[in-house]
Design a protein around this ligand. Structure first.
Ligand SMILES: C[S@@+](CC[C@H](N)C(=O)[O-])C[C@H]1O[C@@H](n2cnc3c(N)ncnc32)[C@H](O)[C@@H]1O
Length: 264
């Protein structure tokens, strides 16, 4: 397992319980957008990659035939399994798997979903190639991830800030790069949407990872570097003691071609 995979497991094993209860992660428009993009008919075999504690899998499961929910972190899957049982969801199975190497036959799913996780992936092109491989012809890939504005300065700023706070953050891409990578994999992009995640309270976000005071101050200073226009991009809202912000999100619906290629 790579160093990045270890960092991800470390980070998410410590926070599985917290994550499952987090409204910042469990709410916001992105679940509804993916369900809407997927247009489920009730017959689909779905793969939810990097399911975490299962928010995406739980939203889509009642609308499809079956969901296979995978993640790199066993502690997150254990929590997801517990919650699925509590909710009486019986058409989900859970498997440990990395997004870059999926333990499934080619053309075995109708729909692949992935929500707010690829910025942790070590190798996004491999994740996309694997997603494409496991989808049947005409299958759908519906994804949402935190994204960066199309500005070199903000791409660097946002990734620096995210990585400072959470070492398991790898890279967040702007929409233009997502489009390029998804198209190069062989998908046709059919829909896109820009939104924001739920509003995040700075003190909650910066302290959550058990970060030391100096690091929290470094993060606060980084936000102070933003111009007023840049603050608007991140919906920064200040009150007396704290401030709030929201990361931009990129959602996409992409389709695999209906033509079978030999070897895939
Ligand atoms: C921010 S959580 C998102 C979870 C979930 N999709 C949701 O919507 O709440 C990110 C998850 O990605 C998983 N993850 C990170 N890198 C991964 C990889 N390379 N392969 C599979 N899972 C990964 C982590 O273990 C974690 O559970």
């Amino acid at each position: 397992m790579s160093q990045i995979h270890h960092a991800v497991r470390e980070q998410f094993s410590r926070h599985a319980e917290f994550y499952a209860r987090s409204t910042v992660h469990g709410e916001g428009d992105t679940l509804g957008i993916i369900v809407d993009f997927a247009e489920p008919k009730g017959t689909e075999k779905v793969l939810d990659i990097a399911t975490g504690t299962g928010f995406m899998a739980f939203a889509i499961a009642p609308l499809v035939h079956h969901v296979t929910a995978t993640d790199l972190t066993p502690a997150m899957l254990d929590k997801a399994g517990e919650l699925a049982q509590e909710r009486g969801l019986q058409n989900i199975d859970f498997q440990v798997a990395t997004a870059e190497s999926l333990p499934f036959e080619s053309e075995s799913f109708d729909l692949v979903t992935c929500r707010i996780a690829p910025h942790h992936f070590q190798d996004v092109p491999r994740f996309l190639t694997e997603t494409h491989r496991v989808l049947r012809p005409n299958g759908l890939f519906c994804m949402v991830d935190s994204t960066c504005p199309e500005s070199r300065r903000l791409i660097e700023w946002q990734n620096r800030v995210e990585k400072l706070r959470d070492p398991s953050h790898v890279w967040g891409y702007p929409p233009s790069q997502w489009r390029e990578m998804i198209s190069q994999t062989g998908f046709k992009i059919v829909r896109e949407s820009d939104t924001r995640n739920a509003e995040i309270q700075f003190s909650w976000w910066s302290e959550r990872a058990g970060n030391p005071t100096e690091l929290i101050e470094e993060l606060r200073t980084a936000f102070d570097e933003l111009t007023q226009e840049e603050e608007e991009i991140y919906a920064v809202r200040r009150d007396d003691n704290d401030f709030y912000f929201a990361w931009p999100m990129y959602s996409v619906k992409a389709k695999k071609s209906g033509e079978r290629k030999s070897g895939n």
